[in-house]
Design a protein around this ligand. Structure first.
Ligand code: NAD
Length: 484
């Protein structure tokens, strides 16, 4: 077994500030994607554990947690951010071992998690209502109140970042959270819960129940006492979550991924663009909801860009996560199977470049050679579907209208980028692209915890990150006082 820096027992659930075995007594394997070896066991939480977690969250709201001021909540989040940074090596090792991401990418995720704690810690006491001019004899104002118990279902690709943006905003606004991490990657969620307790978070304000989606996840979405659901993951599961939320009439935030375009015009600075064009597709082995996985290029520079991308993608190094190369393994054998299935659709002439997998990779690891695909019609499934692997697609366009048509021509709309020196064109595309975020001559704005994030279309709805998330995690109450 790999030596994991575990200071808690991952085979337990964390409810009401206590570690205990899951009610059903069962556990699930933690498989290292780099080797295929089992490296730990996590709890297989079930409906009983979810019920207990919601009881604990309700008790926290009725007790110490509910009585805290916004400034006190903020102070705990600041302290938590410090603890995250102090434990940065351990958290990065856990994430790299669990998800398979190269260590330096896991370290970036630790920094992002700390930044979310700082950002939402600072924001906690700055969220205000307003007074509204109204009829004579009235004073009208609004209050932003926590929903109560919030449910958080997260995927395996960026556990720490998604915990930061979702739990950070929910705690800052005074909700009590029940977190169901993905069965493929739970370790940092459990570590975070322990650090939160060390930071002084009262028992029950954050509860973590690992388990299967169809068991623990479905139980959390079915519970009428959960007053807000935040889900990140696949479209198929997102639909189920929204249907479950509808049964209980609760608001739901859905973040469901995409097939985000990077639109490159002939006047773009290709030297500047190239690293972004590559990295936005292969970061985290392409398992990124906001991956810039469709490169749309003006036909006049198609061949030049194809050659440069081919050279860059062929040179990418693939290695086990802890060897810290450019690309690690995919999270699971299942995910590798999905990506292999997509690649099998490509004809030989559509594979423009492929990196070589080095000799000596562990046999049980889920490695995929980074690949550049081209000669694809924009409606080809490889150009439409979220592949979630280290696969870039290159599609030519003729002019601005054609670029916008192809860019907007999927069911998704999460993010988009525009590479052009023409300021007017940048502004026109920023308005017309279907996306929740548009980047002009950059991609991703280095994560930007301050920047509202979310999609349109099948990429989902609702916004996380930034101040905007604080609105989502509160219910607005209008108070109208008639005093004559
Ligand atoms: P998924 O949607 O099944 O899993 C995401 C989370 O939902 C996990 O915590 C899972 O346990 C939970 N879940 C599953 N079924 C549930 C249910 N019925 N009720 C409540 N919760 C449930 O995603 P996946 O199967 O791990 O990945 C499949 C595909 O989803 C990937 O190939 C990728 O395209 C996409 N994906 C997108 C993102 C993203 O960030 N947008 C993240 C992961 C996966």
């Amino acid at each position: 077994m790999t030596d994991l820096p575990l200071w808690f027992d991952p085979s337990q659930v964390f409810i009401s500030g206590q570690w205990r075995a899951p009610a059903g007594g069962d556990t699930l394997p933690v498989v290292d994607p780099s080797t295929g070896a089992e490296i730990a066991r996590i709890a297989r939480g079930t409906e009983t554990d979810i019920t207990d977690a919601i009881d604990a969250a309700e008790a926290a709201l009725a007790g110490d947690w509910g009585a805290m001021t916004a400034a006190e909540r903020g102070r705990i989040l600041f302290k938590l951010g410090d603890l995250v940074l102090q434990n940065s090596d351990a958290l990065a090792t856990l994430e790299a071992s669990d998800v398979g991401k190269p260590l330096k990418q896991a370290k970036n995720d630790v920094i992002a998690l700390a930044r979310y704690c700082e950002f939402y810690g600072g924001a906690a006491d700055k969220l205000t209502g307003e007074t509204i001019p109204f009829n004579a004899g009235f004073t009208v104002y609004t209050l932003r109140e926590p929903h109560g118990v919030t449910g958080h279902i997260i995927p395996w690709n960026y556990p720490m970042q998604i915990i930061g943006r979702s739990i950070g905003a929910a705690l800052a606004t005074g909700n009590a959270c029940v977190l169901k991490p993905a069965e493929e990657a739970c370790l940092t969620a459990l570590a975070f819960a322990d650090l939160a307790q060390q930071a002084g978070l009262p028992a029950g304000a954050l509860n973590v129940v690992p388990g299967l989606g169809v068991e623990a996840g479905a139980a959390l979405t079915a519970e009428p006492r959960v007053r807000h659901l935040s889900f990140t993951g696949s479209v198929a599961t997102g639909k189920k979550v929204q249907i479950a939320a509808a049964e209980n009439i609760v608001p739901v935030t859905l973040e469901l991924g995409g097939k985000s375009p990077q639109v490159v015009f002939e006047d773009a600075d290709l030297d500047k663009a190239l690293p972004f064009l590559v990295n936005a597709g292969i970061q985290n082995a392409g398992q990124t909801c906001s991956a810039g996985s469709r490169i749309l290029v003006q036909r006049s520079i198609h061949d030049e860009l194809a050659a440069r991308l081919a050279e860059a993608i062929s040179a990418l190094k693939v290695a086990p996560a802890m060897d810290d190369a450019d690309v690690g393994p995919l999270v699971s054998a299942r995910q590798k199977g999905i990506v292999d299935g997509f690649l099998a659709q490509a004809t030989p002439d559509q594979i423009l470049a492929q990196a070589a997998l080095p000799d000596g990779l562990p046999e049980g690891g889920n490695y995929i050679a980074p690949t550049l695909l081209g000669h694809l019609a924009p409606d080809h499934s490889l150009a439409q579907d979220e592949i979630f692997g280290p696969v870039q697609t290159l599609i030519p366009f003729e002019d601005e209208e054609d670029a916008i048509r192809i860019a907007n021509g999927t069911k998704y709309g999460l993010v988009a980028s525009v590479w052009s020196a023409d300021g007017g064109r940048q502004m026109r595309l920023a308005k017309r692209l279907h996306a929740g975020q548009v980047f002009l001559n950059n991609y991703g704005a280095a994560g930007g915890v301050e920047l509202p994030f979310g999609g349109v279309g099948h990429s989902g709805h609702g916004r996380e990150k930034g101040f905007e998330a604080l609105y989502a995690f509160t219910a607005l109450k209008t108070v109208a006082a008639h005093h004559g």
